[in-house]
Design a protein around this ligand. Structure first.
Ligand code: ADP
Ligand code: MG
Length: 789
């Protein structure tokens, strides 16, 4: 008797020899196979008459074989087969199609799918009934020469037919596992399941409480699986294509419901844990006021209030602070840190790069340097801990931290080393959270205090990469979210322009003019040095050498078809291949070239990830003090760098940068009152034009400065998995759901998960409720193996 958990080798037509390669693809049980859903459908119930076909589009068509021929041409054999329907014909062509030579016989009915093109004769005659298709997918649906396989004939014709992505693998006699094979196997599975389905076993297969399904008007699981594979006659083809049938929605909902339920549970669990209830008396408020260099914006006040409200509660805070580049998150973070410090606790601020950690350290010293703590009557003690400190200094700093002699500790990954114990850690702030993997984000909280007791510090994660809501709901679904949606006053919009390398001289002239006005500029290059150097910036070079940075280490020439790091564009297989052997300008080379050339006489600085931490620090400090006019850099300056006098950001080879990167880079300017400019200079690739995708990114940069809008486009271009770059994103892998497509179902799943977790639904029996929690436990561990903190 077949069940969903039955290994597929017991399924008819599969057996040991097919099961093995399928297992390698993660298909081990009947359930796994049933979740290999069709990726498109063909309407063979209402096949289109030939006159209604529209050239230029993908189309499916059924016709009768009229004839075929193998042509020998200079560029190789071409196999041609003509399908007819009445007077109309579609000529199908396969290059190197010798293998098809004996495939088709006149009179067979064949279904094809491919891009429809008008044939030359149809163009000439103006009658739209003659077409051609290059390399179509095909299926012989009936063969007068053979007795029809009656059992399955109805799977191929007279219905909406599912088409499957190949699972790879072959039958023992060497045939491919085609869509037709899938259909037959899946059909047999349902037949078997039908035989064995008593009401009890149906209930066993069900994963959502019936009352919930009824309320949401969703089909049962088994019914949904069946309808997704074999849609009923009335099903809308458009809904099928959009995965929007009730059956699809049911499967998507189930998947997202359990994800959201798990996240909701995590949130609730966190709220049950013991944290610190900070108090905010007048002394604390006095301390906060003392350090504020300007009037906070309304948005800054609001998010601070949200953060402080969390901190006052005796449960640990888990809050994500989102705010576009330059929206002023740092000061909010510093204020939160002061709340902890004034309560007698330590605060830690963790940054993803040494440059950023150092900068935070310097600005914290500037901000708090002269302030006196109302609590202790002494100045605040601030420490910097990074991986590149010399061992003695590092040990000394660790000692201060351990003995509670540092109030605010700023650092990189080094803060997470086991030796960096805190005496009394009350608050952890993670800046540019998305740069750390999701898994890493809260390691800091597990450290025992001096008394050996593990307390949960509050955690404030900050990110300047606006996260599209669908992603925020999944990756950060267990966090509370605050958003700074307002810029500090006095900012003028940044003027963004596109230009090409041919007009570089104009760019250099412009940079010179700005410098003459007393401003500073950044020039950013995609690589550090050398035409073959596709090494990305090694932000974590000192802190985590074991961690490969977000890039393919092989030189670009070899990575045919693969993404290169800096472009990070999805679907880049073909057009982006134009860049495979680029002569890329690099930071080091251009520093030399410009110093003696177009920018001679200006004070240039060079900054990239391969410099020592000391050199980086010195260069940054000089730029900050205005001793460097033009900083030539890589994306190492992407996050957080804050020099208000800089008014020009030139991004060279802008076609190679991702949207989020460019947006972050642009955010380095426009931080002061001066009018600021972002110049996106594109190289001219061999094809003469940048790719369509790059073009869309550059135009979007010119069109908007709104980070959320750019993030949505970025998500659409790269897809959820790549959104945060190649560094592990913590994104669960879905079987059915697609975050780009299923936003509405995601919102529904979240609402239902919250409702379910909040209180037992009186419509459900205790058993049904227990079954949901059981299933959650299984699924959470097996599928997401996640972040149980
Ligand atoms: P981000 O959110 O990108 O980390 P920062 O905290 O670095 O932004 O702030 C950007 C710049 O704006 C800094 O120079 C900061 O001093 C300034 N700033 C922040 N808040 C205000 C405010 N309320 N009024 C004026 N300037 C502000
Ligand atoms: Mg910042």
């Amino acid at each position: 008797m077949l069940e969903l958990s039955t290994p597929i080798k017991f399924v008819k037509r599969i057996g040991e020899r097919i099961a093995e390669p399928l297992a390698a693809r993660g298909v081990e049980t009947v359930e796994d196979l049933l979740y290999h859903l069709p990726f498109r459908y063909e309407d063979r119930l209402n096949p289109q008459p030939i006159e209604s076909l529209v050239p230029g589009a993908m189309a499916s068509f059924i016709g009768e074989v009229r004839g075929s021929v193998l042509l020998r041409t200079r560029s190789g054999p071409i196999f041609e087969m003509t399908l007819g329907q009445g007077l109309g014909t579609v000529k199908c062509m396969w290059f190197h199609g010798t293998y098809l030579k004996d495939k088709f016989k006149p009179g067979q009915m064949v279904a094809i799918y491919g891009k429809l093109e008008p044939s030359r004769s149809a163009l000439a005659s103006g009658i739209p009934n003659k077409f051609k298709m290059i390399q179509p997918q095909f299926e012989i649906v009936s063969d007068p020469g053979k007795a029809p396989d009656a059992e399955f004939a109805m799977l191929e014709l007279g219905r909406i037919v599912p088409v499957y992505e190949s699972l790879g693998g072959t039958t023992p006699w060497g045939a491919k596992l085609t869509s037709r094979w899938m259909r037959r196997v899946v059909w047999s599975i349902f037949e078997e399941l039908d035989k064995s389905t008593s009401p009890a076993s149906i209930a066993q297969v069900e994963t959502l409480p019936p009352a919930l399904l009824t309320r949401l008007n969703l089909p049962s699981r088994i019914a949904a699986l069946r309808a997704v594979h074999f849609p009923g006659p009335g099903t809308s083809i458009a809904d099928l294509a959009a995965a929007a049938t009730p059956a699809h929605r049911r499967l998507i909902f189930e998947e997202l419901f359990y994800l959201e339920l798990g996240l909701e549970l995590k949130r609730r669990r966190m709220k049950l844990r013991a944290g610190t209830a900070f108090s905010t008396g007048s002394a604390v408020r006095e301390a906060l006021k003392q350090v504020l260099p300007f009037h906070p914006t309304a948005a800054q006040k609001r998010v601070l209030a949200e953060i402080v409200a969390d901190m006052r509660r005796p449960q640990p805070m888990r809050r994500l602070l989102q705010g576009d580049v330059g929206s002023g998150k740092t000061i909010v973070a510093m204020q939160a840190a002061l709340v902890a410090i004034e309560n007698g606790y330590q605060a830690a601020l963790m940054a993803p790069t040494e440059i950023l950690a150092t900068q935070h350290y310097l600005s914290a010293r500037k901000l708090l340097g002269k302030a006196i703590s109302p609590r202790t009557g002494k100045p605040y003690r601030i420490a910097l801990l990074t991986g590149s400190l010399d061992p003695a200094t590092k040990r000394a700093t660790q000692g201060h931290i351990m003995r509670g002699e540092a109030d605010l500790v700023i650092g990189t990954h080094a803060l997470q080393e086991d030796k960096a114990d805190f005496a009394n850690l009350g608050l952890v702030i993670v800046d540019e959270q998305h740069r750390f993997g999701v898994q890493q984000r809260f390691k800091l909280m597990r450290k025992p205090g001096a008394d050996g007791v593990v307390t949960d510090p509050d955690v404030l994660a900050m990110t300047a990469t606006p996260i599209p809501r669908t992603l925020a709901l999944t990756i950060y679904g267990d966090l509370d979210v605050s958003v700074i949606d307002e810029m500090p006053p006095g900012r003028t919009p940044i003027v963004t322009r596109r230009t090409t390398e041919e007009r570089a001289h104009e760019v250099w002239e412009f940079v010179r003019k700005q410098v003459a006005l007393g401003r500073q500029a950044y020039l950013v290059y995609p690589i550090i040095e050398g035409a073959n150097d596709d090494q990305p910036e090694l932000d974590f070079a000192h802190d985590a050498p074991q961690e490969p940075e977000a890039a393919s280490p092989e030189p670009p020439a070899k990575s045919s078809g693969k993404r290169t790091t800096t472009t990070r564009a999805k679907k880049s297989t073909k057009p982006e291949a134009l860049f495979e052997k680029p002569k890329l300008r690099s930071a080091v080379e251009m520093y030399e070239a410009l110093r003696t050339g177009a920018l001679s006489g200006l004070r240039l600085g060079l900054l990239h990830g391969r410099l020592s931490a000391d050199d980086k620090e010195v260069t940054m400090a000089r730029f900050q003090r205005g001793e460097i006019d033009v900083l030539i850099a890589t994306t190492v300056i992407e996050v957080g760098v804050d020099v208000a006098n800089a008014s020009v950001m030139v991004i060279d080879h802008a076609e190679r940068f991702g949207l989020a990167q460019m947006h972050q880079l642009r955010g380095r300017v426009g931080r002061g009152a001066a009018k600021s400019y972002c110049i996106l200079m594109t190289g001219i690739p061999p094809g003469g034009k940048v790719t369509e995708q790059a073009d869309a990114r550059l135009n979007a940069m010119v069109a908007t400065q709104n980070g959320f809008e750019l993030a949505e486009l970025d998500l659409a271009q790269r897809g959820p998995g790549e959104f945060f770059g190649t560094r592990q994103s913590g994104l669960p892998e879905f079987r059915v759901a697609n975050l780009l497509r299923d936003r509405a179902v995601l919102e529904l799943a979240k609402a239902e998960a919250e409702r379910f977790a909040a209180a037992p639904d009186p419509a459900l029996t205790p058993d049904e409720i227990a079954a949901v929690w059981d299933r959650l436990k299984q699924q959470w561990q097996r599928r997401y193996g996640l972040m149980e903190a």
